[in-house]
Design a binder for this molecule. Structure first.
Ligand code: MG
Length: 383
């Protein structure tokens, strides 16, 4: 089943009293819309990401996402939310389901996206919602209480909301023919008589509507500021007829490491440690060895790309420590050059880079000189 994300960023900011559209305001160094879209770019179920925006803001939004590897479709929205979502769906690659999300909900997690997608596969229509904490009152136009609904039965609906494509488009058609315009996609689908199922949302998944919300969001973003540790390990086989490259340094030896890329085992272990610390998977998933683009690839260049990805997640590298395990050759004469190379690729000072080499006393595959192994540990800080 294919799921396409539609991020609705076409609303106006009348409640914000700000020159900049609310989706372009920054929370802890990253715009609201970037935070709202980011989780969809890494969610495993999502096969395409479409941002629906105003024509006048499209160039600004494209600039926000210019450094992202994954393609994002930008579609001009309509006068109403309903029309915007419809345009998004009709101008996206075909998907069985569409995952609609507010561009002003910057704290969406990939776990919640997955949960709503799985639920929609069963019920056709699903949305994230949280139990309400306050008591709610239904009032008349003079503010007199008409009714006190039972709190246990009340939910505050969030996004993502996920709908089977044809179901959603039928609901839009029916709304259009009855001249209704819904601001809540669930309500539009309900109006057609289809039951919408709710899954437990996230209280952090707030919607930015007023200036106060920006302050709350900045607090929430700071809350997650933390140190993150990552470890990486890699092994490559030693063979005759290949160059030996470690941390980008060519090493004089009668054998070299075998691999799809240049087989720089130390750069690979470090890349994995960085991706691990940032929760971004591993190098195999980003640069698969089945992809001919990475044949003979310069692993230091891939390391640079990994560092950019980690930086985009808002992390700063504090220090790194690599251990290379090789019986031969002696690596001591090369360590200084290796540290320089790694420091340049990672954009840090040489003092933040430690590289050590050890043998395993003739034991195991490294001892028999069948291969070289490398381990790396990194520490990242959220900035
Ligand atoms: Mg490797």
């Amino acid at each position: 089943m294919k799921f396409g994300a539609i991020i609705v960023a076409a609303g106006n900011s009348t409640r914000m009293a700000s020159q900049l559209p609310k989706i372009l305001l920054e929370i802890d160094g990253k715009t609201v819309v970037e935070r709202s879209v980011k989780a969809f770019l890494t969610a495993v179920s999502i096969s395409s990401v479409t941002v629906v925006c105003r024509h006048s803001e499209m160039e600004l939004l494209k600039a926000v996402f210019k450094d992202y590897d994954r393609a994002i479709n930008f579609v001009v929205g309509g006068e109403t939310r309903q029309e915007s979502v419809k345009q998004g769906i009709l101008n996206s690659p075909y998907c069985d389901y569409f995952v609609i999300h507010d561009g002003a909900r910057p704290f969406i997690s990939s776990q919640l996206i997955e949960a709503v997608c799985r639920d929609a596969e069963i019920y056709g229509a699903s949305a994230a919602a949280v139990r309400v904490k306050d008591s709610y009152k239904l009032v008349d136009s003079d503010n007199f209480v008409l009714e006190s609904p039972n709190r246990d039965q009340l939910r505050a609906v969030q996004t993502p909301q996920v709908f089977e494509r044809e179901l959603y488009l039928r609901a839009v058609e029916q709304a259009e023919s009855s001249r209704r315009s819904y601001t809540d996609d669930c309500q539009m689908v309900e109006a057609m008589g289809h039951k919408v199922h709710l899954v437990d949302g996230d209280y952090r998944n707030i919607k930015i509507t007023s200036r106060d919300d920006i302050e709350v969001a900045r607090g929430l973003a700071g809350e997650g500021r933390a140190m993150r540790i990552g470890s990486g390990y890699d092994v490559h086989r030693l063979v005759v007829g290949r160059k030996l490259i470690l941390c980008g340094v060519s090493i004089d030896h009668e054998k070299g490491l075998l691999g799809h890329s240049d087989a720089d085992v130390a750069a690979h272990a470090l890349s994995d440690a960085l991706l691990g610390a940032a929760g971004l998977g591993d190098i195999g998933s980003h640069f698969p060895d089945t992809d001919s683009r990475y044949k003979g690839a310069d692993s230091m260049e891939l390391l640079g790309r990994v560092c950019s990805m980690v930086g985009r997640e808002g992390y700063e590298l504090q220090n790194l420590d690599i251990t290379i395990i090789a019986q031969r050759p002696k690596l001591a004469p090369y360590i200084a050059d290796m540290r320089d190379n790694i420091a340049v690729s990672c954009g840090v000072a040489v003092e933040q880079v430690a590289i050590k080499a050890t043998t395993e006393e003739g034991l195991g595959f490294t001892g028999r000189e069948e291969g070289i192994a490398a381990q790396a540990v990194v520490l990242l800080k959220k900035i």
